[in-house]
Design a protein around this ligand. Sequence first.
Ligand code: SAM
Ligand code: SF4
Length: 491
Amino acid sequence: MLIVFHNFVVSITYEYMIKDNNVIIEDRQGEIIEGSQSSKHSDTKKLYIESYGCQMNFSDSEVVASILKEKGYSTTRNIDDAQVVLINTCSIRDNAEKRVRNRLTEFKKKKRDNPELVVGILGCMAERLKKSLLEQEKLVDLVAGPDAYRDLPNLIDEVGTGQRAVNVLLSRDETYADISPVRLDKGGISAFVTIMRGCDNMCSFCVVPFTRGRERSRDPETIVQECKDLFSKGYREVTLLGQNVDSYRWNISNKGEIKNPDKPTVNFAQLMEKVALVSPDLRVRFSTSHPKDMTDDVLRTMASYENICSYIHLPVQSGNSNVLTRMNRGYSREWYLKRIQAIHEIIPDCAVSTDVISGFCGETEEEHLDTLSLMDEVKYDFAYMFKYSERPKTLAERKFEDDIPDEVKSKRLSEIIEKQLKYSLESNKKRVGCVERVLVEGESKRSDEHMCGRTNRNSMVVFAKGDFNKGSYINVKILDCTSATLIGEVI
Ligand code: SAM
Ligand code: SF4
Protein backbone atom coordinates (compact mmCIF):
# COMPACT_ATOMS: atom_id res chain seq x y z
CA MET A 1 0.00 0.00 0.00
CA LEU A 2 1.31 3.45 -0.80
CA ILE A 3 0.44 6.44 1.33
CA VAL A 4 1.10 9.88 -0.09
CA PHE A 5 1.68 12.75 2.33
CA HIS A 6 2.33 16.14 0.77
CA ASN A 7 5.76 15.81 -0.79
CA PHE A 8 6.72 12.48 0.57
CA VAL A 9 5.62 9.04 -0.24
CA VAL A 10 5.91 6.31 2.32
CA SER A 11 5.76 2.80 1.08
CA ILE A 12 4.50 1.21 4.26
CA THR A 13 5.29 -2.09 2.75
CA TYR A 14 8.56 -2.67 4.29
CA GLU A 15 11.63 -2.27 2.16
CA TYR A 16 12.31 1.37 1.58
CA MET A 17 11.03 4.86 2.03
CA ILE A 18 10.98 7.67 -0.44
CA LYS A 19 11.34 10.75 1.67
CA ASP A 20 11.91 14.32 0.60
CA ASN A 21 12.48 12.88 -2.85
CA ASN A 22 15.37 10.70 -1.78
CA VAL A 23 15.23 6.99 -1.44
CA ILE A 24 16.96 5.61 1.59
CA ILE A 25 17.17 2.17 3.13
CA GLU A 26 14.65 3.25 5.69
CA ASP A 27 14.83 0.28 7.97
CA ARG A 28 18.50 0.70 8.75
CA GLN A 29 19.46 4.41 8.75
CA GLY A 30 20.58 5.41 12.23
CA GLU A 31 20.13 1.88 13.44
CA ILE A 32 21.42 1.28 16.92
CA ILE A 33 23.13 -2.00 17.02
CA GLU A 34 23.51 -4.50 19.75
CA GLY A 35 25.33 -7.82 19.65
CA SER A 36 24.20 -10.90 21.43
CA GLN A 37 27.66 -11.93 22.64
CA SER A 38 28.81 -10.31 25.82
CA SER A 39 32.40 -9.36 26.43
CA LYS A 40 34.68 -11.87 28.16
CA HIS A 41 35.71 -9.17 30.63
CA SER A 42 33.77 -9.04 33.87
CA ASP A 43 33.92 -5.24 34.26
CA THR A 44 31.99 -4.70 31.03
CA LYS A 45 31.94 -1.17 29.65
CA LYS A 46 29.14 -0.17 27.35
CA LEU A 47 29.40 0.92 23.75
CA TYR A 48 26.53 2.60 21.90
CA ILE A 49 26.96 2.64 18.14
CA GLU A 50 24.70 4.10 15.45
CA SER A 51 25.27 3.53 11.74
CA TYR A 52 24.37 5.50 8.65
CA GLY A 53 24.87 4.98 4.93
CA CYS A 54 25.59 1.87 2.94
CA GLN A 55 25.77 -1.79 3.92
CA MET A 56 29.53 -1.47 4.11
CA ASN A 57 29.17 0.89 7.07
CA PHE A 58 26.86 -1.50 8.88
CA SER A 59 29.37 -4.25 8.29
CA ASP A 60 32.20 -2.02 9.56
CA SER A 61 30.28 -1.29 12.76
CA GLU A 62 30.37 -5.04 13.44
CA VAL A 63 34.16 -5.00 13.04
CA VAL A 64 34.35 -2.04 15.44
CA ALA A 65 32.19 -3.84 18.00
CA SER A 66 34.47 -6.86 17.72
CA ILE A 67 37.65 -4.81 18.26
CA LEU A 68 36.17 -3.10 21.30
CA LYS A 69 34.72 -6.33 22.68
CA GLU A 70 38.31 -7.55 23.06
CA LYS A 71 38.87 -4.51 25.28
CA GLY A 72 35.91 -5.21 27.52
CA TYR A 73 33.10 -3.36 25.77
CA SER A 74 29.69 -4.83 25.11
CA THR A 75 27.08 -3.04 23.02
CA THR A 76 23.96 -1.38 24.37
CA ARG A 77 20.84 0.06 22.77
CA ASN A 78 20.49 2.60 25.57
CA ILE A 79 22.72 5.63 25.09
CA ASP A 80 22.38 6.56 28.77
CA ASP A 81 24.13 3.31 29.78
CA ALA A 82 27.11 3.93 27.52
CA GLN A 83 30.61 5.15 28.34
CA VAL A 84 31.47 5.36 24.63
CA VAL A 85 29.13 6.63 21.90
CA LEU A 86 30.19 6.12 18.30
CA ILE A 87 28.48 7.21 15.11
CA ASN A 88 29.48 5.52 11.87
CA THR A 89 28.96 8.05 9.14
CA CYS A 90 28.30 8.46 5.44
CA SER A 91 29.44 11.28 3.15
CA ILE A 92 27.88 10.10 -0.06
CA ARG A 93 25.34 12.94 -0.21
CA ASP A 94 25.03 16.19 1.63
CA ASN A 95 21.78 15.20 3.39
CA ALA A 96 23.51 12.10 4.83
CA GLU A 97 26.08 14.39 6.45
CA LYS A 98 23.40 16.74 7.74
CA ARG A 99 21.59 13.91 9.47
CA VAL A 100 24.79 12.91 11.26
CA ARG A 101 25.49 16.48 12.32
CA ASN A 102 22.05 16.71 13.90
CA ARG A 103 22.72 13.55 15.86
CA LEU A 104 26.09 14.89 17.02
CA THR A 105 24.40 18.03 18.34
CA GLU A 106 22.09 15.80 20.37
CA PHE A 107 25.05 13.81 21.69
CA LYS A 108 26.71 17.07 22.74
CA LYS A 109 23.81 17.66 25.13
CA LYS A 110 24.37 14.18 26.64
CA LYS A 111 28.02 15.07 27.09
CA ARG A 112 27.08 18.22 28.95
CA ASP A 113 25.25 16.06 31.51
CA ASN A 114 28.02 13.45 31.56
CA PRO A 115 31.44 14.96 30.81
CA GLU A 116 33.11 11.51 31.08
CA LEU A 117 31.20 10.28 28.03
CA VAL A 118 33.45 9.67 24.99
CA VAL A 119 31.79 10.69 21.72
CA GLY A 120 33.45 9.58 18.52
CA ILE A 121 32.83 9.75 14.81
CA LEU A 122 33.80 6.91 12.48
CA GLY A 123 33.73 6.26 8.77
CA CYS A 124 33.50 8.44 5.72
CA MET A 125 32.92 11.83 7.37
CA ALA A 126 35.99 11.36 9.56
CA GLU A 127 38.69 12.41 7.13
CA ARG A 128 36.65 15.15 5.53
CA LEU A 129 35.46 16.89 8.64
CA LYS A 130 37.97 15.99 11.33
CA LYS A 131 39.15 19.55 11.84
CA SER A 132 35.78 21.21 12.07
CA LEU A 133 34.17 18.49 14.21
CA LEU A 134 37.09 18.20 16.63
CA GLU A 135 38.48 21.70 16.85
CA GLN A 136 35.98 24.27 15.62
CA GLU A 137 32.57 22.88 16.52
CA LYS A 138 33.96 20.63 19.30
CA LEU A 139 31.21 18.11 18.64
CA VAL A 140 33.35 15.02 19.19
CA ASP A 141 36.33 13.77 21.23
CA LEU A 142 37.49 11.16 18.79
CA VAL A 143 37.71 10.71 15.04
CA ALA A 144 38.59 7.40 13.35
CA GLY A 145 38.63 6.82 9.60
CA PRO A 146 37.54 3.54 7.95
CA ASP A 147 41.05 2.04 8.07
CA ALA A 148 41.83 3.07 11.67
CA TYR A 149 39.44 0.91 13.67
CA ARG A 150 42.19 -1.27 15.18
CA ASP A 151 43.46 1.92 16.80
CA LEU A 152 40.14 2.68 18.54
CA PRO A 153 41.12 1.28 21.97
CA ASN A 154 44.20 3.58 21.98
CA LEU A 155 42.16 6.53 20.77
CA ILE A 156 39.61 6.01 23.55
CA ASP A 157 42.47 5.85 26.07
CA GLU A 158 43.89 9.09 24.67
CA VAL A 159 40.55 10.79 25.21
CA GLY A 160 40.67 9.48 28.79
CA THR A 161 43.85 11.48 29.32
CA GLY A 162 42.11 14.67 28.27
CA GLN A 163 43.23 14.80 24.65
CA ARG A 164 41.21 14.84 21.47
CA ALA A 165 42.16 11.73 19.48
CA VAL A 166 42.31 11.33 15.73
CA ASN A 167 43.44 8.69 13.24
CA VAL A 168 42.18 9.05 9.69
CA LEU A 169 45.09 7.43 7.88
CA LEU A 170 43.99 5.41 4.90
CA SER A 171 45.75 2.12 4.32
CA ARG A 172 46.74 0.24 1.18
CA ASP A 173 46.27 -3.17 2.74
CA GLU A 174 43.94 -3.09 5.77
CA THR A 175 41.04 -5.52 5.20
CA TYR A 176 40.34 -6.54 8.82
CA ALA A 177 40.66 -10.08 7.41
CA ASP A 178 41.43 -11.70 10.76
CA ILE A 179 38.61 -10.02 12.66
CA SER A 180 35.51 -12.05 13.25
CA PRO A 181 32.78 -9.40 13.35
CA VAL A 182 30.36 -9.31 16.28
CA ARG A 183 27.03 -9.79 14.50
CA LEU A 184 24.88 -6.84 15.39
CA ASP A 185 21.81 -7.71 13.36
CA LYS A 186 18.94 -9.05 15.35
CA GLY A 187 17.79 -11.71 12.92
CA GLY A 188 20.71 -14.12 12.93
CA ILE A 189 19.81 -15.32 9.42
CA SER A 190 21.42 -12.96 6.94
CA ALA A 191 24.91 -11.46 7.29
CA PHE A 192 27.14 -9.10 5.36
CA VAL A 193 30.67 -10.27 4.64
CA THR A 194 33.11 -7.66 3.40
CA ILE A 195 35.34 -9.05 0.66
CA MET A 196 37.14 -5.88 -0.37
CA ARG A 197 37.58 -2.27 0.71
CA GLY A 198 38.11 1.06 -1.04
CA CYS A 199 37.59 1.87 -4.70
CA ASP A 200 39.89 2.79 -7.58
CA ASN A 201 37.19 3.83 -10.01
CA MET A 202 36.95 7.57 -9.61
CA CYS A 203 33.41 8.08 -10.86
CA SER A 204 33.33 11.85 -11.08
CA PHE A 205 30.38 12.35 -8.69
CA CYS A 206 31.62 10.01 -5.97
CA VAL A 207 33.43 10.74 -2.74
CA VAL A 208 34.14 7.09 -1.84
CA PRO A 209 37.68 6.88 -3.30
CA PHE A 210 38.60 9.88 -1.13
CA THR A 211 36.95 8.68 2.07
CA ARG A 212 37.71 4.96 1.83
CA GLY A 213 40.98 4.91 -0.09
CA ARG A 214 42.48 2.48 -2.58
CA GLU A 215 40.89 -0.78 -3.52
CA ARG A 216 42.17 -3.93 -1.80
CA SER A 217 40.83 -7.47 -1.62
CA ARG A 218 40.57 -9.68 1.42
CA ASP A 219 42.20 -13.11 1.73
CA PRO A 220 39.68 -15.60 0.26
CA GLU A 221 40.39 -18.24 2.92
CA THR A 222 39.29 -15.83 5.67
CA ILE A 223 36.13 -15.03 3.71
CA VAL A 224 35.20 -18.70 3.26
CA GLN A 225 36.02 -19.39 6.91
CA GLU A 226 33.77 -16.53 8.02
CA CYS A 227 30.93 -17.90 5.87
CA LYS A 228 31.39 -21.42 7.27
CA ASP A 229 31.34 -20.01 10.75
CA LEU A 230 28.16 -18.05 10.02
CA PHE A 231 26.49 -21.16 8.61
CA SER A 232 27.39 -23.19 11.68
CA LYS A 233 25.79 -20.48 13.83
CA GLY A 234 22.50 -20.74 11.93
CA TYR A 235 22.94 -18.03 9.29
CA ARG A 236 21.46 -19.02 5.95
CA GLU A 237 22.36 -16.05 3.74
CA VAL A 238 25.55 -14.08 3.15
CA THR A 239 25.95 -10.93 1.08
CA LEU A 240 29.49 -10.45 -0.19
CA LEU A 241 30.22 -6.75 0.00
CA GLY A 242 32.50 -4.42 -1.92
CA GLN A 243 32.19 -1.13 -3.80
CA ASN A 244 32.98 -3.02 -6.99
CA VAL A 245 32.91 -6.75 -6.32
CA ASP A 246 33.81 -7.58 -9.92
CA SER A 247 37.31 -6.27 -9.39
CA TYR A 248 37.92 -8.63 -6.48
CA ARG A 249 41.28 -10.30 -7.07
CA TRP A 250 43.62 -12.28 -4.86
CA ASN A 251 47.26 -12.77 -5.76
CA ILE A 252 46.68 -10.83 -9.01
CA SER A 253 48.06 -7.31 -9.51
CA ASN A 254 45.90 -4.51 -10.88
CA LYS A 255 47.68 -5.06 -14.21
CA GLY A 256 46.42 -8.65 -14.20
CA GLU A 257 49.82 -10.22 -13.40
CA ILE A 258 50.19 -13.09 -10.93
CA LYS A 259 51.96 -11.82 -7.84
CA ASN A 260 53.19 -15.10 -6.36
CA PRO A 261 53.29 -18.04 -8.83
CA ASP A 262 53.42 -20.55 -5.95
CA LYS A 263 50.05 -19.48 -4.62
CA PRO A 264 46.59 -19.79 -6.18
CA THR A 265 44.86 -16.80 -7.73
CA VAL A 266 41.21 -16.06 -7.05
CA ASN A 267 38.86 -13.77 -8.99
CA PHE A 268 35.31 -12.83 -8.04
CA ALA A 269 33.63 -15.70 -9.92
CA GLN A 270 35.94 -18.19 -8.20
CA LEU A 271 35.40 -16.60 -4.80
CA MET A 272 31.65 -16.77 -5.22
CA GLU A 273 31.92 -20.46 -6.13
CA LYS A 274 34.00 -21.16 -3.02
CA VAL A 275 31.34 -19.51 -0.87
CA ALA A 276 28.50 -21.30 -2.67
CA LEU A 277 30.21 -24.61 -1.88
CA VAL A 278 30.05 -23.92 1.88
CA SER A 279 26.55 -25.43 1.85
CA PRO A 280 23.68 -25.68 -0.65
CA ASP A 281 21.51 -24.24 2.14
CA LEU A 282 23.56 -21.06 2.38
CA ARG A 283 22.23 -18.42 0.01
CA VAL A 284 24.86 -16.23 -1.58
CA ARG A 285 24.26 -12.63 -2.64
CA PHE A 286 26.68 -9.85 -3.51
CA SER A 287 26.77 -6.11 -3.95
CA THR A 288 27.78 -4.02 -5.86
CA SER A 289 28.56 -5.02 -9.43
CA HIS A 290 30.03 -2.50 -11.82
CA PRO A 291 28.70 -2.69 -15.39
CA LYS A 292 32.13 -2.15 -16.92
CA ASP A 293 33.66 -5.04 -14.99
CA MET A 294 30.88 -7.62 -14.66
CA THR A 295 32.09 -10.68 -16.61
CA ASP A 296 30.15 -13.52 -18.22
CA ASP A 297 32.19 -15.81 -15.97
CA VAL A 298 30.44 -14.30 -12.96
CA LEU A 299 27.06 -14.78 -14.64
CA ARG A 300 27.84 -18.39 -15.55
CA THR A 301 28.92 -19.15 -11.99
CA MET A 302 25.66 -17.66 -10.76
CA ALA A 303 23.72 -19.85 -13.18
CA SER A 304 25.57 -23.00 -12.06
CA TYR A 305 24.70 -22.81 -8.36
CA GLU A 306 21.14 -22.80 -7.16
CA ASN A 307 22.14 -21.18 -3.89
CA ILE A 308 23.68 -18.14 -5.63
CA CYS A 309 20.67 -15.85 -5.80
CA SER A 310 19.31 -14.71 -9.15
CA TYR A 311 19.62 -11.06 -8.33
CA ILE A 312 22.09 -8.44 -9.55
CA HIS A 313 22.35 -4.84 -8.45
CA LEU A 314 23.84 -3.10 -11.48
CA PRO A 315 23.90 0.68 -10.97
CA VAL A 316 23.42 2.54 -14.23
CA GLN A 317 23.39 6.14 -12.87
CA SER A 318 22.21 7.58 -16.22
CA GLY A 319 20.75 6.31 -19.48
CA ASN A 320 22.67 8.80 -21.61
CA SER A 321 26.17 8.04 -22.90
CA ASN A 322 27.38 11.65 -22.72
CA VAL A 323 26.32 11.92 -19.08
CA LEU A 324 28.01 8.57 -18.41
CA THR A 325 31.22 9.96 -19.92
CA ARG A 326 31.00 13.05 -17.70
CA MET A 327 30.39 10.72 -14.77
CA ASN A 328 33.53 8.77 -15.76
CA ARG A 329 31.65 5.49 -15.47
CA GLY A 330 33.63 3.68 -18.16
CA TYR A 331 30.66 2.39 -20.18
CA SER A 332 28.05 3.69 -22.59
CA ARG A 333 24.27 3.17 -22.69
CA GLU A 334 24.76 0.53 -25.39
CA TRP A 335 27.42 -1.35 -23.40
CA TYR A 336 25.18 -1.31 -20.33
CA LEU A 337 22.21 -2.66 -22.28
CA LYS A 338 24.42 -5.48 -23.64
CA ARG A 339 25.32 -6.45 -20.07
CA ILE A 340 21.62 -6.56 -19.21
CA GLN A 341 21.05 -8.77 -22.25
CA ALA A 342 23.89 -11.07 -21.12
CA ILE A 343 22.30 -11.35 -17.66
CA HIS A 344 18.96 -12.43 -19.11
CA GLU A 345 20.57 -14.84 -21.58
CA ILE A 346 22.77 -16.57 -19.01
CA ILE A 347 20.46 -16.38 -15.96
CA PRO A 348 16.85 -16.49 -17.12
CA ASP A 349 14.51 -14.89 -14.59
CA CYS A 350 17.29 -12.93 -12.87
CA ALA A 351 16.06 -9.87 -10.98
CA VAL A 352 17.96 -6.65 -11.68
CA SER A 353 18.04 -3.48 -9.64
CA THR A 354 19.93 -0.25 -10.13
CA ASP A 355 20.98 3.16 -8.83
CA VAL A 356 20.00 6.31 -10.72
CA ILE A 357 21.13 9.91 -10.23
CA SER A 358 18.96 12.79 -11.44
CA GLY A 359 20.29 16.21 -12.40
CA PHE A 360 23.99 15.50 -12.76
CA CYS A 361 26.09 18.46 -13.97
CA GLY A 362 24.96 19.71 -17.37
CA GLU A 363 22.16 17.14 -17.73
CA THR A 364 19.79 18.32 -20.46
CA GLU A 365 16.12 17.41 -20.65
CA GLU A 366 16.93 15.06 -23.56
CA GLU A 367 19.63 13.35 -21.53
CA HIS A 368 17.17 12.90 -18.67
CA LEU A 369 14.63 11.43 -21.10
CA ASP A 370 17.27 8.88 -22.09
CA THR A 371 17.37 7.71 -18.47
CA LEU A 372 13.60 7.25 -18.54
CA SER A 373 13.76 5.41 -21.85
CA LEU A 374 16.50 3.13 -20.55
CA MET A 375 14.26 2.33 -17.59
CA ASP A 376 11.53 1.44 -20.10
CA GLU A 377 13.92 -0.92 -21.85
CA VAL A 378 15.34 -2.61 -18.78
CA LYS A 379 12.23 -2.60 -16.55
CA TYR A 380 14.18 -2.84 -13.31
CA ASP A 381 12.68 -4.82 -10.47
CA PHE A 382 13.88 -2.28 -7.93
CA ALA A 383 15.92 0.93 -7.83
CA TYR A 384 17.60 3.37 -5.49
CA MET A 385 17.13 6.85 -6.89
CA PHE A 386 18.95 10.02 -5.88
CA LYS A 387 19.25 13.70 -6.69
CA TYR A 388 22.80 14.64 -7.58
CA SER A 389 24.58 16.14 -4.59
CA GLU A 390 27.93 17.79 -5.24
CA ARG A 391 30.69 16.40 -3.05
CA PRO A 392 33.92 18.17 -2.17
CA LYS A 393 37.16 17.03 -3.82
CA THR A 394 35.41 14.91 -6.45
CA LEU A 395 36.28 15.21 -10.14
CA ALA A 396 32.82 16.64 -10.84
CA GLU A 397 33.27 19.36 -8.24
CA ARG A 398 36.57 20.37 -9.80
CA LYS A 399 35.58 20.02 -13.44
CA PHE A 400 31.88 20.80 -13.82
CA GLU A 401 29.33 23.23 -12.56
CA ASP A 402 26.50 21.87 -10.41
CA ASP A 403 24.18 23.79 -12.70
CA ILE A 404 20.84 21.96 -12.58
CA PRO A 405 18.45 23.89 -10.33
CA ASP A 406 17.17 21.95 -7.36
CA GLU A 407 13.54 22.10 -8.61
CA VAL A 408 14.60 20.54 -11.89
CA LYS A 409 16.57 17.79 -10.11
CA SER A 410 13.50 17.11 -7.96
CA LYS A 411 11.12 17.07 -10.89
CA ARG A 412 13.34 14.66 -12.82
CA LEU A 413 13.75 12.49 -9.74
CA SER A 414 9.96 12.33 -9.30
CA GLU A 415 9.61 11.18 -12.90
CA ILE A 416 12.25 8.51 -12.34
CA ILE A 417 10.58 7.36 -9.12
CA GLU A 418 7.16 7.29 -10.73
CA LYS A 419 8.46 5.12 -13.53
CA GLN A 420 10.26 2.79 -11.16
CA LEU A 421 7.21 2.32 -8.94
CA LYS A 422 5.30 1.28 -12.05
CA TYR A 423 7.94 -1.28 -13.04
CA SER A 424 8.39 -2.56 -9.47
CA LEU A 425 4.66 -3.20 -9.33
CA GLU A 426 4.71 -4.83 -12.76
CA SER A 427 7.60 -7.05 -11.73
CA ASN A 428 5.80 -8.13 -8.56
CA LYS A 429 2.51 -8.72 -10.38
CA LYS A 430 4.28 -11.25 -12.60
CA ARG A 431 4.96 -13.35 -9.50
CA VAL A 432 1.30 -13.53 -8.48
CA GLY A 433 0.21 -17.15 -8.90
CA CYS A 434 3.79 -18.47 -8.66
CA VAL A 435 5.19 -20.56 -5.83
CA GLU A 436 8.36 -18.99 -4.40
CA ARG A 437 11.00 -20.58 -2.19
CA VAL A 438 11.32 -18.22 0.74
CA LEU A 439 14.00 -18.03 3.41
CA VAL A 440 12.12 -17.19 6.62
CA GLU A 441 13.62 -14.12 8.30
CA GLY A 442 11.18 -13.79 11.20
CA GLU A 443 8.23 -11.68 12.21
CA SER A 444 7.12 -8.90 9.92
CA LYS A 445 8.15 -5.52 11.28
CA ARG A 446 4.78 -4.05 10.37
CA SER A 447 2.35 -6.67 11.59
CA ASP A 448 2.26 -9.02 14.58
CA GLU A 449 0.18 -11.46 12.61
CA HIS A 450 2.62 -11.90 9.76
CA MET A 451 6.06 -13.27 9.09
CA CYS A 452 8.41 -12.32 6.30
CA GLY A 453 11.23 -13.64 4.21
CA ARG A 454 12.91 -13.19 0.85
CA THR A 455 12.77 -14.99 -2.43
CA ASN A 456 15.81 -15.98 -4.45
CA ARG A 457 15.19 -12.81 -6.52
CA ASN A 458 15.38 -10.70 -3.34
CA SER A 459 11.68 -9.82 -3.14
CA MET A 460 10.23 -9.45 0.32
CA VAL A 461 7.30 -11.81 0.96
CA VAL A 462 4.84 -11.58 3.85
CA PHE A 463 2.64 -14.45 4.93
CA ALA A 464 0.43 -15.36 7.88
CA LYS A 465 2.25 -16.33 11.04
CA GLY A 466 2.70 -20.03 11.58
CA ASP A 467 5.01 -22.56 13.07
CA PHE A 468 7.96 -21.72 10.82
CA ASN A 469 11.48 -21.44 12.11
CA LYS A 470 13.66 -18.49 11.24
CA GLY A 471 16.25 -19.69 8.76
CA SER A 472 14.09 -22.43 7.27
CA TYR A 473 13.04 -22.55 3.64
CA ILE A 474 9.32 -22.67 2.87
CA ASN A 475 7.22 -22.58 -0.28
CA VAL A 476 4.84 -19.66 -0.53
CA LYS A 477 2.16 -19.22 -3.15
CA ILE A 478 1.96 -15.54 -4.11
CA LEU A 479 -1.60 -14.24 -3.99
CA ASP A 480 -1.19 -10.48 -4.19
CA CYS A 481 1.44 -7.75 -4.20
CA THR A 482 2.31 -4.09 -3.89
CA SER A 483 5.23 -2.41 -5.64
CA ALA A 484 7.47 -3.33 -2.70
CA THR A 485 6.12 -6.61 -1.35
CA LEU A 486 4.69 -9.96 -2.31
CA ILE A 487 1.86 -11.30 -0.19
CA GLY A 488 1.30 -15.04 -0.08
CA GLU A 489 0.25 -18.18 1.73
CA VAL A 490 2.50 -21.00 2.77
CA ILE A 491 1.79 -24.24 0.93
N1 SAM B 1 30.09 1.34 -5.79
C1 SAM B 1 28.76 1.36 -6.18
C2 SAM B 1 28.66 1.66 -7.67
O1 SAM B 1 29.59 1.92 -8.34
O2 SAM B 1 27.58 1.64 -8.16
C3 SAM B 1 27.91 2.33 -5.41
C4 SAM B 1 28.48 3.16 -4.37
S1 SAM B 1 27.57 4.50 -3.73
C5 SAM B 1 27.79 4.17 -2.04
C6 SAM B 1 25.87 4.15 -3.94
C7 SAM B 1 25.16 5.06 -4.87
O3 SAM B 1 25.11 6.37 -4.37
C8 SAM B 1 25.78 5.23 -6.25
O4 SAM B 1 25.54 4.16 -7.08
C9 SAM B 1 25.13 6.50 -6.73
O5 SAM B 1 23.92 6.25 -7.38
C10 SAM B 1 24.86 7.26 -5.43
N2 SAM B 1 25.74 8.42 -5.32
C11 SAM B 1 27.07 8.42 -5.16
N3 SAM B 1 27.54 9.68 -5.12
C12 SAM B 1 26.47 10.49 -5.28
C13 SAM B 1 26.30 11.91 -5.34
N4 SAM B 1 27.34 12.72 -5.26
N5 SAM B 1 25.04 12.39 -5.49
C14 SAM B 1 23.99 11.56 -5.58
N6 SAM B 1 24.09 10.23 -5.54
C15 SAM B 1 25.31 9.69 -5.39
FE1 SF4 C 1 31.95 5.50 -6.14
FE2 SF4 C 1 32.19 4.71 -8.66
FE3 SF4 C 1 33.67 3.54 -6.75
FE4 SF4 C 1 31.03 3.10 -6.88
S1 SF4 C 1 32.55 2.53 -8.42
S2 SF4 C 1 32.24 3.59 -5.06
S3 SF4 C 1 30.24 5.05 -7.56
S4 SF4 C 1 33.81 5.67 -7.41
